[in-house]
Design a protein around this ligand. Structure first.
Ligand code: 6GU
Length: 246
């Protein structure tokens, strides 16, 4: 899978060199390429922003560096088409270009599952008050464009959001997580929050591990864990449950 990231802070993505995703990159499973948006500027100050038409606070990212950078990435990728993962199924072979934005649709585990099947995703990290709207409209002529938000709060830029998204879908790309079974019993994979976990010692600071987990009775343990999932979800995230379980 190929991932391109466009940003004015390329050094930010050194974080992708470590841990599980660093290993996936070394193993050639995920090919991440980071591009400095300022490399596509021509003035001495490497300017990427300007004042908004119509007035208002803050600065808007200029379209020209974005257009040139995205064109170069899409032209390069067209020359070496990536092989789509089995079962990837948008039916639209054009690359996916994702702009993190608090004005986008909310990124969920379902989004992560879908992105993990994409052969090529380009992430465009905006800063300031946003990117000139024509960049999205123009890119949409050659690619599938999505504006995607992490949730209802505002970050200074898209870099942290893109890192979170890559971490979420990267671990779902086949071969990245050693034991794929560990992926199914997690919060959100079955629409519920995960059950509480315990390890040794069985008694710690006067606190015992629930008896059922020491029983060796697999069906009872599975039933207990499922109850815990529903109870926890009802308590902290009732909106995730079907109405009859709330
Ligand atoms: Cl994707 N970007 C920014 N700038 N702020 C956010 C966000 C994204 N998601 C939540 N807040």
């Amino acid at each position: 899978m190929r991932v391109d990231i466009v940003t004015i802070f390329p050094e930010f993505f050194q974080v992708l060199d470590v841990s599980l995703l660093g290993k996936a990159r070394q193993d050639g499973i995920i090919d991440v390429r980071v591009h400095d948006l300022r490399d596509a500027t021509t003035d001495r100050h490497r300017t990427v922003d300007d004042t908004p038409y119509g007035g208002g606070a803050g600065m808007v990212m200029k379209p020209e560096p974005w257009g040139q950078t995205i064109d170069a990435i899409l032209d390069d990728a067209a020359g070496q088409p990536a092989v789509p993962a089995e079962g990837s199924g948008s039916g639209d072979a054009r690359p996916l270009v994702v702009f993190p934005s608090p004005a986008g649709t909310v990124f969920t585990q379902a989004t992560a599952r879908r992105y993990a099947l994409e052969p090529h995703i380009v992430f465009g990290c905006g800063r300031y008050e946003g990117i000139d709207q024509r960049v999205f409209d123009d890119t949409a002529e050659r690619a599938r464009v999505e504006l995607v938000s992490l949730g209802d709060y505002v970050l200074n830029g898209g870099e942290v959001a893109v890192t979170a998204m890559i971490e979420a879908f990267g671990r779902l790309v086949p071969g990245v997580v050693g034991n794929p079974e560990s992926l199914v019993e997690e919060s959100h994979e079955d629409g519920l929050l995960e059950y509480p976990s315990y390890t040794k010692p069985a008694l710690w600071r006067g606190r015992e591990v629930p008896d059922v987990l020491l029983s060796g009775h697999h069906a009872k343990i599975a039933a207990w864990r499922h109850e815990q999932q529903i109870e926890r979800t009802r308590r902290v995230r009732p909106e995730l449950l079907p109405p009859e379980l709330r």
